[in-house]
Design a protein around this ligand. Structure first.
Ligand code: 4AD
Ligand code: MG
Length: 443
């Protein structure tokens, strides 16, 4: 319902920009977040996607229908509102709107109210309503931190001489082991797989462009039901020609530090909503602790882990390993046995792969995996045989070792695990708008 008030069309603003409009008459469009009533005054809090703002509607200052409209708003009803912005240090966001007019767009009916209320719903209910849950404050904050991190990743690589070269999602071969492949029916009885990693293509691209990155969704048919696993997740993967393991570690460390500084600079409000202990993020500093796999195993054993040399670190080991460190821990030179086929062996100890994992503090686990690749043709051919990989699907990959082969390497950083750590979230499912997990493919 619109009023008969003659208010000239004021500037349409986002709540986030309220500070630039103090004292001005403005219009805001959004949804009802909350409504408090106190006799002849109602206080609708509007949510416009950029922020929250309390509006103050005084009965005696408004035409009857406008006041009634506001008074009867239900949660998540959509409306537009006009009024004067006023600084109010005690209000959410620091500004309030003195209401002059309002118009309903859609009222949510009492018979079918908005399903998410302040009461405790349980995670399955909330995940079933993910399309609505994204409107809630914590979810909203986490997704905005994700956006900052994604933008930060692109800015970092774009400003350090990397070229974005996208890699395909339908692939003919495995990159990270054939047990976690999603198979897709292609045409004419052909089978393809959803990509586990753009790395193999990245290696070819690095020989064309020197320094490249790809950034997109990757897929793993992992039957893991942990707080760190998704079946569809986003990974950024840089790949650098002529790089050795040390260079790869240096770039990964620099990227992580840059991303944390970006979030601290631009997303403090969101971190506050998430009740993130900011001091812990501020404490992350270079150089990160560095240790070999050998040393990591000894450290774990001294801390009570059952791990034996040759074993892979489980979630509990990763948590234990990172304990007591303020920054992520860089672990390199793993037994080749437990790593993918493409790793360059250590020159002194060929049983070790020149691979590196970076383990985040506080139980967030491995956020980066990468290393130096095999550049010798004969050795790579031998590895394909040892790993039972179909030679014909890798012929093109072998070409990289035939035509000007050079040492090279890269890594993958998993966006969701990184965001989970930065936001201190219990589970990676809250770091991606629509998570895909072992038992969830909806909504
Ligand atoms: O260690 P991963 O498997 O490494 C690779 O895929 C390499 N080919 C990357 C490269 O060198 N270009 O995966 C890299 C990162 C992990 O450290 C983790 O952050 C994330 O991807 N990741 C997952 N995130 C969520 N759910 C899963 N199931 C994940 N699997 C890996
Ligand atoms: Mg890994």
């Amino acid at each position: 319902m619109s009023s008969e008030l003659n208010i000239e069309s004021p500037a349409r603003i986002n709540v986030a920009d309220a500070s630039k409009h103090a004292g001005e008459l403005v219009e805001i469009r959004g949804w009802l977040y909350n409504l408090r009533k106190s006799g002849k005054i109602v206080f609708p809090i509007i949510r416009d996607g950029s922020g929250l703002m309390q509006c103050v509607a005084v009965k005696s200052n408004l035409p009857e229908p406008v006041f009634e409209t506001l008074k009867n708003l239900t949660q998540e009803s959509s409306f537009t509102i006009k009024g004067t912005v006023r600084a109010e240090p005690r209000a959410i966001g620091g500004y309030e709107l003195d209401v002059a007019d309002a118009q309903l767009v859609q009222r949510v009916s009492e018979e079918h109210p908005y399903p998410i209320t302040p009461k405790d719903h349980g995670i399955e209910f909330l995940m079933d309503h993910r399309h609505l849950w994204l409107r809630s404050r914590r979810q909203h904050a986490a997704i905005r931190v994700r956006h900052e991190i994604v933008k930060g990743i692109r800015d970092y690589f774009d400003s350090h001489g990397f070229v974005l070269v996208d890699t395909p999602i339908f692939t003919p071969a495995a990159c990270e082991g054939s047990t976690t492949l999603f198979e897709v029916d292609y045409f004419e009885d052909e089978k393809v797989y959803l990509t586990q990693s753009g790395q193999l293509y990245n290696e070819a691209n690095a020989m064309a462009f020197g320094k490249v990155y790809c950034f997109g969704p990757t897929f793993r048919a992992e039957k893991s039901k942990t707080r760190r696993h998704l079946t569809e997740f986003w990974m950024v993967e840089p790949e650098i020609a002529f790089a050795d393991l040390e260079e790869i570690k240096r770039v990964a460390e620099e990227l992580i530090l840059y991303l944390i500084s970006r979030v601290l600079e631009n997303r403090k409000e969101e971190l506050k909503v998430l009740e993130r202990d900011i001091a812990k993020l501020e404490a992350v500093h270079a150089p990160f602790p560095r240790m070999s796999y050998d040393e990591a195993v000894k450290l774990l054993q001294s801390r009570g882990s059952e791990i034996q040399w040759g074993g892979d670190f489980g979630n509990a080991d990763e948590t234990l390993l990172a304990q007591g460190f303020e920054s992520p821990v860089i672990v390199d030179r793993y037994p080749a046995e437990i790593k993918a086929f493409y790793f360059q062996p250590d020159e002194q100890r060929p049983e070790l792969a020149l691979g590196v994992d970076i383990i985040a503090p506080d139980g967030y686990g491995e956020i980066v995996g990468g290393g130096q690749r095999i550049h010798d043709l004969a050795l790579l051919e031998q590895r394909l045989v040892e790993h039972n990989l179909p030679r014909e699907a890798f012929e093109w990959y072998l070409d990289i070792r035939r035509f000007g082969s050079v040492p090279h390497g890269g890594f993958g950083l998993g966006v969701e695990r990184f965001v989970a750590w930065v936001c201190n979230l219990e589970h990676v499912r809250e770091t991606i708008p629509y998570p895909r997990m072992l038992y969830r493919t909806r909504p």
